[in-house]
Design a protein around this ligand. Structure first.
Ligand code: ZN
Length: 358
């Protein structure tokens, strides 16, 4: 079978998910994710050493399954792509080494991908249906810029100005905890287990806004940076205060989650508005990262985008957490921009970069 668009195989092992995807251009043909969440749950968070061992064990199977699901043979693939950063060093290494070996063995060009660029453009996969705005044609995609990217996950909280694909300026980032991290830590205070963040968002649905309030962090900082460490500490004191007053958790936990979620959303909206007020040429808001698994966060951030008349682009839920599908989409843009490596010695030299920035 002849394919019009390049066939790409993409790998991501930046944290605790082992993921391989096959794409035809921006269309994800298969995306297999082997989650380790149950293994790490007993430790209350991701243990890099255990994650590496699991990646090494799982990657050959995940690779075979991705090919099988897409009905593609490795010989027919045109490019091999992998995340090289940011992420946990020893975990990044597993997927990167596997992908490089594959590229060399089958004589395919290699595409190194920035994980955060993957999150940002996950909504540009042709599998996205929800937001009704996924231009099939690249000339249409180009009209989306300049844009703003809001990336929130367990490790990252970033606001990025995107002049065009490949050209980024970081406007703000967290000075301490990432949003997802703060959610999980609050989940732990409430004995929700790991990861507790999704439970906080779920419980918030039953709470009443305003019954338990927190101060919006960095409200008057005058810049576009974020901070969630202070909010986390305020949440801890609040739980102590309520428990010491003899109140049962079930009496206040829904309102507590509501108050926490409201405050996080307010803090994101505040910085987003600031970025939009200072960058009038922006036409589109891209959002990505695991925290967007919360439909409420997607909707409320979307309200801001709409009030500024922006295109609002986010992916289907299955591509919001870590996955190799988004890495393939980003690889496709890199390929169009000539950012791939054909020389075997150069491929060997590609090194992981745990602190890689956009
Ligand atoms: Zn991620």
């Amino acid at each position: 079978m002849k394919h019009k668009q390049p066939l790409i195989i993409a790998f991501d092992t930046s944290c605790d998910d082992t993921s391989v995807a096959i794409l035809e251009g921006r269309k994800v043909l298969s995306s297999v994710v082997s989650s380790q969440v149950e293994i790490h749950a007993q430790w209350g968070g991701v243990v890099p050493d255990i994650a590496r061992r699991e990646h090494e064990k799982n990657i050959p199977m995940v690779y075979e399954e991705a090919l099988k699901k897409a009905k593609i043979k490795i010989e027919d693939v045109d490019y091999v792509a992998a995340t090289y950063g940011p992420g946990l060093a020893i975990d990044l290494e597993v997927g990167l080494a596997f992908a490089k070996e594959l590229a060399i063995k089958y004589n395919k060009p290699f595409v190194p991908v920035n994980h955060m660029e993957g999150h940002m453009f996950s909504g540009l996969s042709l599998n996205t249906k929800g937001n009704g705005l996924v231009p099939g044609d690249m000339s249409e995609v180009e009209k989306l810029f300049p844009a703003l990217g809001l990336l929130i996950s367990g490790k990252h909280t970033e606001l990025v100005l995107v002049e065009k694909i490949g050209s980024y300026k970081k406007l703000g980032e967290t000075l301490d905890d990432a949003v997802g991290e703060a959610f999980d830590k609050v989940g732990r205070m409430l004995n929700f287990g790991y990861p507790g963040g999704p439970v906080v968002c779920e419980f918030a649905k039953k709470g009443v806004s305003g019954n338990i309030k927190f101060t919006i962090p960095m409200k008057n900082s005058g810049d576009m940076n974020f901070s969630y460490s202070g909010l986390k500490t305020a949440a801890l004191y609040k739980t102590k205060e309520l428990r010491e007053a003899g109140k049962q958790d079930k009496e206040w936990v829904y309102d507590f989650c509501r108050g926490f979620l409201d405050t996080v959303i307010d803090s994101l909206n505040l910085k987003l508005k600031m970025a939009l007020e200072r960058n009038h040429s922006v036409k589109t808001l891209f959002v990505g990262g695991g925290v967007f698994n919360s439909e409420e966060i997607v909707r409320k951030i979307g309200n801001i985008a709409r009030s500024y008349g922006l295109n609002y682009i986010y992916s289907e839920q299955e591509y919001r957490g870590d996955n190799a599908g988004m890495i393939g989409v980003s690889a496709y843009f890199n390929i169009l921009n000539g950012k791939y490596i054909s020389n075997v010695d150069e491929i060997r030299k590609v090194d992981r970069d745990p602190r890689l920035s956009l």
